[in-house]
Ligand binder design. Structure first.
Ligand code: FES
Length: 287
């Protein structure tokens, strides 16, 4: 069964969002879960994408992705009305939601997408939410308005100071964790290196922290080992044991090494696709 793109929008230079027909996933999904898609057929690359939202009545899910490689570039070239061959999911364990009290939700770059449904569920669960969103610059900041509607307080940081506070997200996070009334729980989602340093801050200041990991994935069912991480000294699979983990127990250095293992091949595939889209005249579209 293929899945029609109902609507599509560009959020920043390389970030896109689309609502896609997937009625069974839309009904079953819970915050924190993801899907694995293959665009053309069973031989296409399979990529994991977080479900950023869903409308069970309309039978659609919302995906947000960053154009970083061949498949995400291919996905960005699809338009409203086009179809995606396969969507498998919902996969992974849903986020554990309870009334923790004061929760800080920290998002970096494309990490704001998986963080959004979790923040919404935490708010609905009765928590007071402080959001911290970080980006390299103003143009790359996504979903600010949607977070502003949910969070009791929202802090924006940019690396270059072009918007909000000129800082890394770790700075306001540390200040918050040093307050008398420090957060009861933190959720941090973003680039692995950002999660690593946020977890170093919260570990030192004793704030329990959940992270959501976006590793390389192939099957998404615990069989290929592509998504393996070291957690509390033990091997775990992000697709079936996660994607959320206690951030204080994740070996981020090993994860970063494994994430870079296919960088060269990924870059080559992306370059080839760019040449192909140039020949097809797709580069003339405004995307
Ligand atoms: S993606 Fe294959 S084991 Fe997780």
């Amino acid at each position: 069964m293929s899945h029609k793109i109902v609507s599509k929008k560009q959020l920043s230079e390389n970030v896109f969002t689309a609502r896609i027909e997937a009625p069974l996933v839309a009904r079953a999904r819970k915050p924190g879960q993801f899907v694995i898609i293959s665009i053309n057929n069973d031989y296409s690359e399979r990529i994991p994408l977080t479900i950023a939202g869903a409308d069970p009545e309309k039978g659609t899910i919302r995906l947000i992705w960053q154009r970083v490689g061949k498949t995400t570039a291919e996905l960005a070239d699809l338009q409203q009305g086009d179809e995606i061959a396969n969507i498998a999911g919902p996969l992974g364990r849903p986020t554990h939601i309870e009334n923790f009290g004061l929760v800080v939700c920290v998002g970096g770059g494309i990490g704001n997408a998986p963080l959004l449904p979790i923040t919404k569920a935490l708010k609905e669960g009765g928590n007071k939410i402080v959001g911290i969103l970080g980006a390299r610059n103003k143009e790359l900041l996504i979903l600010e308005d949607e977070f502003a509607q949910i969070c009791d307080e929202l802090i924006i940081t940019t690396d270059d100071g072009s918007y909000g506070r000129k800082a890394l997200v770790t700075e306001p996070l540390e200040e918050l964790c040093r307050c008398d009334k420090k957060p009861d729980q933190a959720f941090v989602i973003g680039p692995a290196v950002m999660m690593k340093f946020c977890c170093a801050v919260t570990k030192q200041l004793n704030v329990p922290t959940q992270v959501s990991l976006n590793t390389i994935m192939v099957d998404g069912t615990g069989m290929c080992g592509g998504c393996r991480i070291e957690y509390d000294g033990q091997p775990k699979f992000v697709c079936v044991d996660g994607p959320e983990f206690d951030g204080h127990k994740v070996n981020f250095d090993l994860m970063l090494k494994r994430l870079n293992a296919y960088k060269e091949l990924e870059q080559k595939a992306h370059e080839n696709y760019k040449k192909h889209r140039c020949k097809m005249g797709l580069d003339k579209q405004n995307i």
